[in-house]
Design a protein around this ligand. Structure first.
Ligand SMILES: *[C@@H]1O[C@H](CO)[C@@H](O)[C@H](O)[C@H]1NC(C)=O
Length: 435
């Protein structure tokens, strides 16, 4: 498999998800400016960021998770990005969203966490450039807090601050200042963010609650600042909130597996290494469900994404000094990545490899450019998407490896910014092991 090509394409997928005024160096010829009035309803400039998936809502919580995980992969596997000549491109992607989060953090205890309404947005099938619907802006503040959202955004900005520390020290310091404030906001004013932003409840409600983000956020702030107090705080909360259990999956919702790896690495303590080992044993051993062809099948909706996340966590865990069963983790990650790239008999990455998906559930790429009209008829048509959404990982197979390349099937054929985050990091991590 050509890992270099996969990394290159995966970054292009993130560029295709851009909202706002596109830069001169936009590399997606079929994309233009969009969402230019985002934030007008509240008098704030909320242009920028990424569209979530095949739709055009800007959901701050999964967007922030995607940035944290992408950034983690860049920090951990920088050599792979450099070797693939993609380091600057991935930094541009991260900065695109970090800039948006900075704009959305309008004061110490105020953060905009969503633009666009899930229900209204989903009534429209078309290009973001042609959106006509009202796109309301939703925020959290001290009276209506949102701990998951504030803590994850803090983690994302802290991880970006690490990455930009050398190349843009002033920018990095500014990001870190926002991250520090956001974490304090998350910790001080506690509450589930879907109660403050009810529109998100049927889309990205955090079922795991906010305890996992409090630990995860503190760990990223520790890493970015070097401050011992954040590590002590993370350890205390980890203990208090029982974060050492063996999770089923690592995802935009549940950060436990990631925190376990970071804690094992930062402290070297046997306790955390044990928790890491338990999860790896679950993945590689008999605990987790596997499809007949070997994909670890953790959930139905976007099965590939959960498998990719597991592969990424395995490759990060394999880097923890003194960790046991390193080779097993690496082999596990390899098998998952190879499944998605074609070992299963087909590629699950749009535009890459053998028999790749042609009908991703993605409004923007499915539509022709005006004046040709785009509508639900386009959605229901049987042909391929009008443009190739290079690099997007589609949802994935059922637990029996069955899959149909059908636009209407968002469970198996949607794409999303969180799908590619762990995936891209896992490919980079695997690629880096090869030289
Ligand atoms: C572990 O910590 C070291 C030292 O800070 C760092 O270089 C490495 O990237 C970390 N790895 C993980 C998986 O956290």
């Amino acid at each position: 498999f050509d890992y270099n090509e996969v990394i290159t394409m995966s970054i292009l997928f993130y560029e295709a998800q851009r909202s706002g005024k596109l830069p001169q160096n936009n590399r997606i010829p079929w994309r233009g400016d969009s969402g230019l009035r985002d934030g007008c309803d509240v008098g704030v400039d909320l242009t920028g960021g990424w569209y979530d998936a095949g739709d055009q809502v800007k959901f701050g919580f999964p967007m922030a998770y995607s940035v944290t995980v992408l950034a983690w992969g860049v920090i951990e596997f920088k050599d792979a990005y450099v070797d693939a000549n993609q380091y600057n491109h991935v930094l541009n992607s991260l900065k695109w969203v970090a800039d948006y989060f900075v704009k959305a953090h309008t004061s110490r205890y105020e953060l905009y966490g969503q633009v666009g309404s899930g229900i209204t947005d989903h009534l429209f099938w078309g290009r973001p450039e042609d959106m006509q619907m009202h796109r309301p802006s939703f925020k959290i503040n001290a009276q209506n807090p949102g701990t998951e959202l504030a803590a994850e955004t803090a983690a994302a900005l802290a991880a970006c601050a690490i990455i930009f520390k050398q190349s843009r020290p002033g920018y990095s310091r500014m990001l870190l200042q926002h991250a520090t404030q956001l974490y304090e906001f998350a910790d001080r004013y506690r509450g589930s963010y879907h109660l403050s932003i009810p529109d998100v409840a049927s889309f990205y409600r955090s079922y795991s609650g906010y305890n996992d983000e409090l630990v995860w956020g503190a760990l990223w702030l520790h890493r970015a600042t070097g401050a011992r107090s954040y590590l002590e705080d993370a350890k205390r909360k980890y203990q208090q909130y029982g974060q050492g259990n063996t999770p089923k999956l690592f995802s935009w919702d549940d950060k436990r597996a990631g925190s376990q790896v970071l804690l094992a690495n930062f402290t070297g303590e046997a306790k955390y290494k044990g928790h890491v080992a338990n999860y790896q044993q679950f993945l590689s051993g008999g605990g987790a469900v596997k499809t007949p062809k070997g994909l670890v099948w953790l959930d139905q909706w976007g099965s590939n994404r959960y498998a990719a996340n597991a592969a990424f966590i395995a490759l990060a865990a394999a880097r923890v000094p003194g960790i046991a069963n390193r080779e097993q983790m690496i082999r596990f990650a390899q098998s998952q990545i190879h499944y998605m790239l074609g070992a299963s008999g087909r590629s699950y990455v749009v535009g890459y490899g053998n028999n790749s998906p042609t009908q991703p559930h993605h409004g923007s790429s499915s539509c022709p450019t005006p004046p040709t009209e785009c509508s639900w008829n386009t959605y229901h048509s049987s042909g391929p998407n009008h443009y190739t959404l290079y690099g997007a990982l589609v949802g994935g197979p059922s637990r029996t490896d069955s899959y149909t390349d059908h636009r209407g099937d968002y469970v198996s054929n949607e794409v999303a910014v969180d799908y590619n985050a762990g995936f891209q990091g896992a490919v980079a991590g695997w690629f880096e092991r090869l030289y």
